[in-house]
Design a protein around this ligand. Structure first.
Ligand SMILES: [Zn+2]
Length: 330
């Protein structure tokens, strides 16, 4: 479970840590430690991650996962002797419940929760968010997502593109990254990019890439532009929320761009041919199963994709995107 990596803090060269005799200067460059916490969502490994990032002066948590896995998250923090109330901040890439469903709990304990300006109000008043998720998940909602309460407004802070946050001795850069959602941020710390849902879903050691095209905000062009922008950052490691570190950003980004292209093209072609919603869902699932099969994905791992990025939802998201384009006459 989890993986650890020591990386230099933002702006630091990766000079090795060294210490000299006590009568000479001891120099320890600021280092950070990244720990991947597997929230074991619905009892499955490698479905949803939260990232604990420790710097020379403190710690931040990136993503909280849903409220339904809060006890697992708190247990993981307790195992590391970390008092959750003493985190310097909680950062969430966006407000989908698998990323920020437990953020209210941290805010209610006085921990600042940092979020996109367009997401902040939904943490303070999650009514609409919960209502729309209930429509999608129906009876399964409570089991999947737990209880989403209102986060105290005074502990919810909107952060913006380009801001540099100084937290726990870490410099954290906020990067606007629309495409999966209008209100999505990535966070860069040194050579690491915490990418939320901007770079798709991939399981450790597997090649299959699942396109995060959930409704209602998926946008093909913005997704591809964000991938280009991430490529230009030249980071060494990506940390998508689903799941774990990716140490070959260039090939991942190229492969994901292609996955976005072929998946959106597939849906748009079927819609242009007049396929109905229900048939489209079936066809999209078959298309993705075929891609997964060709990539060598073991059949039992398909369930993890179904859990965090189900094909019905993803087909609907691309369909809504296509319908928006049609309305706009593009
Ligand atoms: Zn999402």
């Amino acid at each position: 479970m989890g993986c650890r990596g020591n990386l230099p803090g933002a702006g630091e060269e990766s000079t090795p840590q060294f210490s000299l005799d006590s009568d000479r200067m001891t120099r320890q460059p600021p280092v950070m430690e990244i720990e991947t916490i597997d929230l074991r969502f619905q009892g499955r490994v490698h479905a949803i991650a939260a990232y604990l990032v420790s710097g020379p002066g403190g710690r931040v948590l990136i993503e909280t996962g849903p409220e339904s896995t809060r006890e697992i998250l708190l247990g993981e923090l307790a195992q590391r002797s970390i008092d959750p109330d003493r985190l310097d901040a909680v950062l969430v890439t966006h407000i989908h419940l698998d990323h920020s469903g437990a953020a209210w709990w941290f805010a209610s304990r006085g921990v600042p929760v940092l979020v996109h300006p367009r997401g902040a109000k939904h943490l303070v008043d999650p009514g609409r968010l919960v209502e729309s998720a209930r429509m999608v998940y129906g009876d399964r909602f409570d089991d999947l997502w737990g209880e989403t309460r209102s986060a105290p407004e005074e502990n919810v802070r909107a952060v913006r593109d380009g801001e540099r946050l100084d937290l726990g001795g870490l410099t954290i850069e906020v990067i606007e990254s629309p495409g999966h959602a209008f209100h999505h941020h990535c966070f860069r710390i040194g050579d690491a990019l915490f990418a939320g849902d901007a770079v798709g879903v991939r399981l450790p050691g597997e090649d299959y890439l699942s396109v995060t095209s959930a409704p209602p905000q998926f946008h093909r062009k913005e997704t591809l532009a964000t991938l280009d922008a991430i490529e230009r950052l030249q980071v060494k490691t990506l940390y998508p929320t689903h799941f774990g570190e990716v140490d070959d950003p260039a090939s991942h980004l190229a492969a994901y761009s292609e996955a976005v292209e072929v998946s959106t093209e597939f849906v748009c072609d079927r819609l242009a041919e007049g396929m109905d919603e229900g048939s489209l869902r079936v066809a999209y699932q078959a298309f993705q199963l075929e891609r997964a099969f060709r990539s060598g994905l073991p059949r039992d791992l398909w369930e993890t994709f179904t859990l965090v990025n189900g094909t019905d939802m993803c087909a609907d998201g691309i369909r809504l995107y296509w319908e928006r384009l049609e309305r706009e006459g593009q």
